[in-house]
Design a protein around this ligand. Structure first.
Ligand code: HEM
Length: 156
């Protein structure tokens, strides 16, 4: 049961960050100011209200599952999790809230807006990478994905 919860919450969290990331790039490149403001609103509500619990449930269920596990893969996942959580709570959430307020007020052109937008995209990319690595290692641990070193050598 907790393995299913972990898998589901992890995938939901990854999809949230990937959706925020791609939709932000698309709307900043192609959309009107109104479209940017609309998206910023959606990222905060309902976006953050899905992402933050999903990350918390993934971390909590992961630590619960890992009680009976030892080894390199679980250690690596444990080390990445605090960075994922801190990045979400202390970078992504405040950036999303600030960008939403500024875009709702129509102040898109300040260099501060652009800086915060760049920080948000960078933090999103880092979390996508770390969560992708945690999914890879999780699938290896559950036996759904074979690691390269476990594959038989090909005849040369
Ligand atoms: C955002 C962070 C994380 C993501 C996206 C993630 C994702 C996954 C995925 C996709 C699986 C495979 C589940 C399955 O095949 O049913 C998995 C398994 C697992 N994860 Fe995570 N995980 C994360 C964090 C953690 C953390 C922090 C821990 C604890 C140290 C952890 C411990 C485990 C364990 C022990 C398994 C293997 C369960 C088993 O097969 O018995 N995960 N994880």
């Amino acid at each position: 049961m907790s393995k299913r919860v972990h898998l589901l919450a992890g995938v939901v969290a990854l999809l949230c960050i990937a959706t925020f990331f791609l939709s932000t790039i698309l709307v900043e490149l192609l959309g009107s100011n109104d479209a940017v403001a609309w998206l910023k609103g959606l990222i905060v509500m309902p976006g953050l209200f899905v992402l933050v619990p999903a990350i918390a449930i993934t971390g909590g269920s992961g630590f619960f599952l890992s009680k009976s596990r030892r080894g390199r893969l679980v250690d690596a996942k444990k080390k990445r999790m605090p960075f994922i959580a801190a990045n979400c709570l202390f970078v992504l959430v405040p950036c999303a809230v600030m960008l939403n307020q500024w875009s709702a007020a129509g102040s898109f052109d300040s260099s501060f807006y652009r800086l915060v937008q760049a920080i948000e995209l960078l933090a999103g990319a880092v979390n996508l990478l770390l969560m992708g690595l945690n999914i890879r290692d999780g699938l290896r641990m559950s036996g759904r994905l074979r690691s390269a070193s476990a594959l038989p050598n090909r005849p040369s």
